[in-house]
Write a protein that binds this ligand. Sequence first.
Ligand SMILES: NC(=O)c1ccc[n+]([C@@H]2O[C@H](COP(=O)([O-])OP(=O)(O)OC[C@H]3O[C@@H](n4cnc5c(N)ncnc54)[C@H](O)[C@@H]3O)[C@@H](O)[C@H]2O)c1
Length: 315
Amino acid sequence: MRTLLVTGGNGYVGTVLTAQALAQGWRVFTLDTRPRDESPLPPGDLTEVAGDIRTPEEWSGVLRHVDHVVHLAAVVGDPACGADPDTAWETNYLATVRLAEACHRHDIRELAFASTCSNYGVAADHMAHTWSPVAPQSVYAKSKVFAEHHLLSARDRGLRARILRFSTLYGWSPRMRFDLVVNRMTADATWDGVINLVGGEQWRPFLHVRDAAGVALASLTATCPELIHNCGVTSENYRIADVARMVGEAVPQARLLQTPGGSDRRDYRVDFDGLEKSLGFRPGWTVSAGIREIVGQLRSSHGPTGVGGMAAVMN
Ligand SMILES: NC(=O)c1ccc[n+]([C@@H]2O[C@H](COP(=O)([O-])OP(=O)(O)OC[C@H]3O[C@@H](n4cnc5c(N)ncnc54)[C@H](O)[C@@H]3O)[C@@H](O)[C@H]2O)c1
């Protein structure tokens, strides 16, 4: 049986990925500092480890049992990293270095690393490719770029680390994140009847959370020589104002409230045309379908629970 450690397995992506891995027959170990949500999982072999990725004594024993790793655990997003840069560097960079060393000691050869297209920073005048220069604008993106460098150098010691530069994610997960721009705008429109648009001209690529989980799992068994992968859909690069328009189409009674852009300079479009060929996975979702799904979920649930009033950010 193929075995897999999912760090950050109880997060937004991790819960979806764990369910998909179990459904595919993987034996799964999760590592996270917070407990799993209570949503049902497909039947399968799951071991949950409560531990901190920064403290190898809490998880390195697990590596005896696994042959693949998906590394998701991180302080995620510019605001969270900016609020506590030391913890962000320890978690996103140093712990990744330690994880690579531990994989080496346990002869683990396949790791997928959740990085971000935010690394491209300001690049809207062209389509960014995997070989384009990065221009990280925040502690978050810088910590991911440093971690990428380290993992790519680990190849010399036998670890094939695939760098998955995810687009900004959206869509429904049992561990929902309402700080992501599509999710946030959709929730505001559904619950409060307002679409809060900050700026709007800046470009972002988007990917559904289930497609992100699918591409990460596909990457573990892919054989292509490339190690850096932009994960998204070329036709799903949008300006933030386009997202507001799509939310308005799904929630026509919501009112648009536009305010000038803030301090976030990121503005990038990304080419994803090589993804299916290299990793054998084709994302199937579109932002507008994802918005409709979220609206349906929110209308059938019990309304906001402690998620209101947060500003939308875009990882
Ligand atoms: N959501 C996005 O739009 C997006 C975009 C690009 C990249 N990513 C990357 O994908 C990965 C998953 O993101 P997500 O959206 O699921 O975020 P998330 O915050 O929902 O999940 C991260 C998980 O890591 C756990 N974690 C944090 N610090 C830890 C520690 N010290 N030890 C153990 N566990 C710890 C958290 O408890 C959480 O469950 C991250 O690496 C993120 O940088 C996400």
